[in-house]
Every structure is written in structure tokens, then in C-alpha cells.
Design a protein around this ligand. Sequence first.
Ligand code: HEM
Ligand SMILES: *[C@@H]1O[C@H](CO)[C@@H](O)[C@H](O)[C@H]1NC(C)=O
Length: 420
Amino acid sequence: MVKTTATLAALAVSAAAWPTVMQQDALLKRAASTGRLNTGVGHPNPQFNAQDQYVDVTDGGPNPFRSPGASDLRGQCPGLNAAANHGFLPRNGKATIQQTVDGLGKAYNMDAGLAIGLAAIAIIISGDIPSGTWSIGGGFLSTLPLLLSNPKGIAGTHNKYENDASIVRGDAYLNNGDVGVVQWHSWNNLMQLAEGGLTLDETTAQSNYVTHYSLDNNPYAFWGPFSGLVAPAAHQFVANFMSNHSAEQPGGFLSADVLKSFFAISGTGAGASGDNPGDYVHNRGQERIPLNWYRRPSGDQYSLADVVLDLLAGATIYPDTVRIGGNTGTTNSFTGVDVGDLTGGVFNGATLLQGNNLVCFAFRAAQAGGVDQLDGVLGTIGNLLAPITSQLNGVLGGLSCPQLSDFNSQLFDIFPGYSE
Ligand code: HEM
Ligand SMILES: *[C@@H]1O[C@H](CO)[C@@H](O)[C@H](O)[C@H]1NC(C)=O
């Protein structure tokens, strides 16, 4: 583990990777007037290079598709399932931070800082801390079973990592806790938007659609301080990571067929509308990267700063897509959480969407939200966590995020979807 940490330290994102407030404003203004390419608001001039961008997933190549075996873990994230089904992540569905950085870099050109950030949170809230391993699906056995509880995997992180208002999957409360079920009305809406190619702005329209669906139909709908941002960010991931690239469209083009491959949905859509799937079938766990597919350019890797930029750009078009709080037991009863009260005044609602406050807030909140495996034993072995948090701090390092001394999670008690 020590060795891994040293390697990763070299990758730690420099302050220069974060746009200044002025640069951010300029990018957002430009996006508002011209729309965004599928490479994201921060990447308006991508160049195509076939050799650099081709992802070889042929049967004879290094990353052929294989259906997961009975003991391989898979979850509700199509990007991770597809990466594991092609061996970019270990096929058993369990990865270290280094494996996440390498695999998601190769498959999607995800930037190392973003991969470290997402994997570190996954370990902290649902992974095995001593081995620095996390699961893209369900739980697995702890490496220190006498001391530490078994890690739950990201599939078991409702309201912490996994959230309501997902792009195609259903809300926990509306599906007896199973958050892996495709909602056909969501999928059908997405397929309609994808006619002629799905753009980044259209994935935000989908985010707006599913957000309102949850508000209107789920009395327990809830958006946590970290997970509530993961769900809209995952919408932006669809355009940014799943699009195919070419000389004609270096900014990427995302067809319905490519979406079906990544989401493991087959069929033509004949007879589909509303909640009716028609001939669509969801083949759980069979997510695959299409043949002949070209990822985003290596010169335009997608970073944590890009996630924030695209969330903000999305929220300028559809302000309802970024929220923290929930319904209070009846539909359409959304009440927001006061971010100032939540954080002892360190952050506040008026400035949350300015500068880098959002990313600082989200990652501090994710850490404050509770270290799953350490329930009750933090004092004894708290320093096992140090290598993980130090990598996270490396990623956020350039930002000098304020420390949170208070995190008043009892403010969430009024939301039945929080304690559910
Ligand atoms: C370390 C990297 C990643 C982690 C830890 C991660 C984690 C997650 C989690 C926890 C969810 C559930 C959120 C929700 O409830 O909506 C999710 C959903 C999702 N993720 Fe990922 N993800 C990662 C990378 C990716 C990549 C590379 C892609 C795209 C290629 C992607 C695309 C998506 C999509 C589209 C969803 C929504 C699924 C649905 O509603 O059906 N993710 N991811
Ligand atoms: C990606 O784009 C290239 C160039 O236009 C095309 O040949 C290829 O079939 C496309 N791949 C997919 C999976 O659509």
C-alpha cells in the first residue's frame, strides 16, 4: 500500500488543474451561447487521433468482453460494469485506487485525479480500508474480520453514494430497496432524446426529467450532500465518457445503439412508450463497450474540475438538477437543507455554486457522512484510513478546501428518505 501511495502522489493534481473563477465564468458564458460538445464545457476544441482514441475490445485483443461469472461483483454503474466486463478493471469487480486510475484511464480517458477521488470515497464509505479495495457492486469480506465490519460495496450506499433520480434506474423507496431496476419511462425518455444523437445538454434534460419524476412520485425522494451531486454528475458522464469520436465529430457523437450497448439493453424499442418496455430487454450485468469505439482524446481527459464545470453549466440550463434535501413524506414536498446550518457556517447556499466551493463541500460531506467499516472502532485503527484520505487530500490539495469541524447530519432527520 505504501508503494501505491508513492506512485499516486506523483499523479496528484496540481493547483493549475483547477480553473480560476474568471476562467470558469468565461467557459460557462461560452457554453450558454454555443452549447456544449460531448467532451464537456472545459474542452471546446478536441482534436481527433484514431490511434490514440481507439479502444480495442475485439475477441482477439487485450480487452475482450466476458460475461461476469457467478462470484464477480457488478452494480448499478454501467461505466464500471462495462470496464470490468472488458478487464479494464479486475473482472471480479474489486479494485484498488491504482487499478481504478489505470483502468478508467485506458477505457475512458478519465483523469487520474477524478479516478482517485471517486475510488477513495468508495473505499471510505463502502470499501475495505486495510487493503484499500472497493467493490463496484455488492459486499465482500473484510480483511480484518475481527475488527472491521464487512464492506458493503457501492451498491449498498443508498443516500451516501447511490442516489434517487438516477438516469435510468429507479428510486430505492419505489423499488423495495432494489436500486438496479431499469425504469422504462426513464429509458424511453432517454431514447427519445437520443434520436439524432444524445448531446450533453440533452443528458441534463434527462436529469431534469428524472428529478421531477422523483419529486412527483416518491414521498421519500432524497438528495444527500455527496450522493445528490453524484446522480446529476452521472448524467454528464454518459455524454462525456460513452460518446464515440471521429474526425468528423471530434467532440463526440452518442447514438442510441452505443447507449444500448453500455446500458446492456437490447431490442428495437418496438411498442415501447411510457412505462411499457415494448421489445426492450435489460440484460443485467452484460454492459459492454461497443466494437469500433473511440474514447475521448488523451489531451482532453475528464477531471474533477470538469465534473464541477458541467454540473454548473447544466444547472444554468436546468436549475432544478442540483439540490440537497428531499421530500418530507409526501410527494412534491421538497425542502432544501440549509448548507450553512449543515456545515457550521463553513459553506453557505449563496456561494455554494461559486468557484470551487461545490467540490470542497461535496468531498468534505462524503467524508463526514460516516466511514462505514470503522463503525465504533475509529479510535483503535483510525490511522489505517490515513493513506486513503491523504490521496484524497492530494486531489483536492490545490484548492485549500476549508476543514469541516461540524457536520450537523441531524438536520436530515426530517427527511424519511434519509433514515429509511
Ligand atoms: C471510480 C469511478 C466511478 C464510480 C465510483 C462510480 C460510481 C457510481 C455510483 C455510486 C452510481 C450510482 C449513482 C446513482 O444512484 O445514480 C453510478 C451511476 C452511474 N454511473 Fe458511475 N461511477 C464511476 C465511473 C463511471 C464512468 C466512467 C461512467 C461512464 C462511462 C459512469 C456512468 C454512470 C451512469 C450513467 C450512472 C447512472 C446509472 C443509471 O441510472 O442507470 N460512471 N456510478
Ligand atoms: C465510431 O465512429 C467511427 C467513425 O465515424 C465509425 O466508423 C464507428 O462505427 C463508430 N463506432 C460506433 C460504435 O458507433
